[in-house]
Design a protein around this ligand. Structure first.
Ligand code: HAM
Length: 425
């Protein structure tokens, strides 16, 4: 084995796996199309300041997970740990937010220096949807319905739960933060060490601490509901009633706060227990303060991102990948004998012109009929197309169905087109 290996937590997607990735990407894309979302592609590297300001100085991501480096010109750059900040940067830079509504989506690799384990990687992939210019709860509902439809289309609806919460306005959150810190200071010694560290930097994150003893202490803590501002309360109740009417079930989880600082009002996560510890497959919410924070005019915004690897793990664990996804070849052309090759190449090109949907491998590299036949079987193709000396002389092709016992037939090229066209239709 070569001593050069991929970086820990960064995975190759091998050709046997990529059909599943492509299947998932097709499914997501088609739902996003249904709702009128348009794709945006941003660079993988951004100025470090974008994430410090956008995601928040006191988040885990910025404090300990970013891949940050100085380029040769001395600028501090960061491999994007998420897509929202870059999407806002791009939308601002190109004037997409000026008096306009935008429904955007993106996909790509994200980078976080986390401890790798099942479902958690250092390079992972997200597909995200972001909307700009709509302040009302209808767009929050649309974003959630879109994700619900996607999970349903993938056959995963019975294996996920939607957790929903509101973080209220900045002011409400500020008042609550103070009350929470006052309460927790008195029991500081009983908090887990992570939560102790967060007490002054990011106390709301303590709410979703994984420590049971901390969770028990929180039972007596002030409740955010008592601090929630009226406008946010109304926003949340509109969202809930839209989801109710659309038949999307959810659990209101007052301890859901999410790990990025830009949220206000709605936050949500789709969670599963079929993946072990890394149970969040999709998360998002409203972030009305981010655009102004990054230098734009006040612009309401909301969105989500899903973890591609986690959804793929789910699809595989629950055996929800349709078998046909792995059919990537329809026919394998066997060329046995001297005259077969020139004739075979002409036939193959003609087939590709006339039947553009046909996925055809032409055997290259010579070898006996028997060894070529083995390769045809291994390719997963449904048909072997055989050109030997006799066929080449008669300008014909033999078609053998590799999956059934039907008699093979020898056809001229015109009949071959018709036969394959009909069989593949
Ligand atoms: P996030 O919750 O940090 O949100 O990430 C979204 C999803 O990415 C997670 O639910 C998870 O499925 C996946 N994910 C995160 N970290 C990893 C990892 N290390 N390995 C594998 N998968 C991972 C955001 O990034 C926000 N930008 C979402 C958003 C968009 N909010 C509003 N708009």
């Amino acid at each position: 084995m070569s001593s050069l290996q991929a970086i820990r937590g960064m995975n190759d997607v091998l050709p046997d796996q990529s059909p599943v990735w492509q299947y998932l990407e097709r499914q997501v894309r088609s739902v996003l199309d249904q709702y009128g979302y348009r794709e945006i592609r941003m660079p993988v590297v951004e100025p470090t300041a974008l994430f410090k300001r956008g995601v928040g100085e006191h988040t885990d991501i910025v404090e300990k997970e970013m891949y940050t480096f100085e380029d040769r010109g001395g600028d501090s750059l960061t491999l994007r740990p998420e897509g929202t900040a870059g999407c806002v940067r791009a939308a601002l830079q190109h004037g997409l937010l000026h008096n306009q509504v935008q429904r955007l989506w993106y996909q790509g690799a994200m980078f976080r220096y986390e401890r790798p384990q099942k479902g958690r990687y250092r390079q992972f992939h997200q597909i995200g949807a972001e909307t700009f210019g709509i302040a009302s709860a209808d767009i929050d509902a649309e974003l959630i319905l879109l994700s619900a439809r996607l999970l349903r289309n993938l056959g995963l609806a019975d294996h996920v739960t939607l957790h929903l919460n509101t973080l209220g306005s900045n002011e409400a959150r500020g008042r609550y933060r103070k009350a929470l810190v006052d309460y927790l200071e008195a029991v500081k010694d009983k908090l887990d060490s992570d939560s102790q560290n967060r007490l002054y930097s990011n106390p709301l994150r303590i709410l979703d601490s994984k420590s049971e003893s901390t969770q028990a202490l929180l039972n007596e803590a002030p409740a955010f509901d008592d601090f929630l501002d009226e406008a946010s309360r109304e926003h949340f109740s509109t969202l809930c009633s839209l989801l109710d009417r659309a038949g999307v079930a959810y659990e209101v989880n007052p301890r859901l706060v999410r790990g990025l600082d830009y949220y206000s009002r709605t936050v949500f996560e789709w969670m599963t227990d079929s993946l072990g510890a890394q149970g969040t497959v999709c998360g998002g919410g409203r972030y009305d303060d981010l655009v102004p924070l990054l230098g734009g005019k006040p612009t309401p915004a909301a969105g989500w991102a899903l973890g591609v690897e986690r959804l793929i793990l789910m699809l595989e664990t629950l055996e929800k990948v349709p078998a046909s996804v792995h059919d990537t070849v329809d026919a394998y052309l066997i060329l046995a004998g001297e005259a077969a090759q020139p004739f075979g190449f002409v036939v193959a090109e003609e087939l590709r012109s006339k039947l553009p949907g046909l996925r055809l491998i032409t055997h290259c590299g010579g070898g006996s009929f028997k060894s070529q036949m083995k390769k045809a079987d291994k390719s997963g193709a449904r048909f072997a197309l055989i050109i030997g000396e006799e066929e080449a002389a008669a300008k014909q092709v033999t078609v053998k169905d590799l999956r059934t016992e039907t008699q093979q037939v020898t056809l001229n090229t015109e009949d071959l087109m018709a036969e394959l066209g009909a069989k593949l239709a």
